[in-house]
Design a protein around this ligand. Structure first.
Ligand SMILES: Nc1ncnc2c1ncn2[C@@H]1O[C@H](COP(=O)(O)OP(=O)(O)OP(=O)(O)O)[C@@H](O)[C@H]1O
Ligand code: SF4
Ligand SMILES: [Mg+2]
Length: 385
């Protein structure tokens, strides 16, 4: 479904009125086509697919998600591919703005149109009974996966909970949506069960409370209960503990880890914090400027990081021993997302850069059955660990 055409880029640092109008015209055309595609009526068979690996619950394959802005096209997710195996936690890590949230919003089909759009690629998801390509699903059919098969936990629960309804009303609603004809007492029993499951001591009291009456940690537990009420196969947690203090953070992470086994599902865990990844994840995906630059098992990424950016990230992680030292900071900035170069996006910040790095963007190289890196240093089997 690649119906996107490249915008003409401005040669200078600012856009002329003519260039702005040309961008707006091109954007309007592409956005109209993509919106029509999203809102089409079609037979389910059009977006049924097959998984490439039988152990995977989710396979993101060459995903491109863009924002069509007045300044040009922001390629927030620019050819991302990775798998989430069944019953595993996959950690997504990378600097602010690298495309972690846009990747997860694409899976949930929550990108705000007409500006934000999935432009091409596949998102294969193994639902309970069928396998869907979520990227091709029309919006009218998204209820088949969103909230029911895939649930999302956000950073700030207060923005996701409705302040004018009680916790019980909001939890019951999930059951009513997912189980047609469910009775009120059935929905309440399920809600109380979920509140118990997430370790809330007095579930009946919390059931009748309003969001503002709860602490931040309790609200995040409620959000997790809400995510679980539909028995999802995949939970996407985007910085689920960033707004919480360290003790509560540890409790919520323990809870998520326990629940993954209880619900027999998988977790896509997005975080800035490498400590959380080390503790929680089975696999790690490292993103940089809208692309995956390295991926592997948690042991591979922590004990044998290969990409200069991953090595820099490890060095910039605070440790107990480094408390008196100044923290390492990867020098330089991410390139302008509207005008990405054709060569490696990390080149301007890379201390290991060689002549070839000014050439084509490096291919993804496989260095073990599970470890992949996109960097010219590892081509033709050189230096692979
Ligand atoms: N609505 C939008 N309009 C234009 N650009 C956007 C929009 N939302 C996100 N972007 C751009 O997409 C890119 C990826 O953003 P994203 O939110 O996925 O980053 P992130 O990795 O989740 O960062 P953080 O760690 O800060 O949450 C950024 O360059 C951002 O500026
Ligand atoms: S491809 Fe070159 S510039 Fe890019 S990370 Fe590897 S060594 Fe550095
Ligand atoms: Mg984010």
């Amino acid at each position: 479904m690649s119906i996107f055409k490249k915008n003409k880029k401005s040669g200078g640092n600012y856009l002329s009125g003519k260039e702005v109008r040309a961008i707006a015209k091109e954007n309007a055309k592409v956005m109209k086509e993509l919106e029509a595609y999203k809102n089409r009526k079609c037979d389910e068979s059009e977006y049924l697919t097959e998984m490439q690996g039988e152990d995977n619950i989710l396979e993101i394959d060459n995903l491109h998600s863009y924002f069509f802005t007045e300044q040009g096209v922001v390629k927030a997710v620019n050819g991302v591919s990775f798998d989430i195996p069944k019953n595993k936690t996959v950690g997504i890590v990378g600097e602010s703005g690298c495309g972690k949230s846009v990747t997860s919003m694409s899976v949930m089909r929550l990108l705000q149109g007409p500006t934000g759009q999935i432009v091409s690629g596949e998102i294969r998801f193994h639902a309970k009974e069928k396998i869907f390509d979520i990227a091709k699903m029309p919006m009218r059919d998204i209820h088949k996966i969103r909230g029911s098969e895939i649930a999302m936990i956000f950073q700030e629960p207060m923005t996701s909970l409705n302040p004018i309804f009680t916790i019980g009303e909001q939890l019951d609603e999930v059951t009513f949506i997912n189980k047609k004809g469910a009775r009120k007492d059935e929905a309440k029993a399920k809600s109380i069960e979920m509140l118990n499951l997430v370790g809330i001591a007095m579930p009946e009291r919390v059931y009748g409370a309003y969001p503002h009456e709860l602490s931040g940690g309790m609200r995040q537990r409620v959000m997790i209960a809400m995510a679980l009420a539909s028995d999802p196969r995949l939970i996407i947690a985007d910085e689920p503990t960033t707004a919480l203090d360290v003790t509560i953070q540890a409790q919520i992470l323990d809870l998520l880890r326990d629940l993954k086994d209880k619900i027999d599902g998988s977790i896509m865990l997005i975080t800035h914090d490498l400590g959380i990844i080390a503790e929680m994840a089975d696999y790690v995906v490292v993103m940089y400027a809208g692309r995956v630059i390295e991926k592997g098992t948690v042991e591979e990424i922590f004990h044998n990081p290969l990409h200069p950016y991953t090595i820099g990230l490890q060095k910039s992680k605070p440790t107990v021993d480094s408390s008196n030292e100044e923290l390492y900071n990867i020098p330089g900035n991410v390139p302008n997302p509207v005008n990405m170069p054709n060569h490696c996006y990390f080149k301007e910040r890379c201390a290991m850069c060689k002549e070839k790095c000014a050439g084509d963007y490096p291919d993804m190289i496989q260095v073990s059955p599970t470890h992949f890196v996109s960097c010219h240093l590892y081509e033709e089997g050189q230096n692979n660990g």
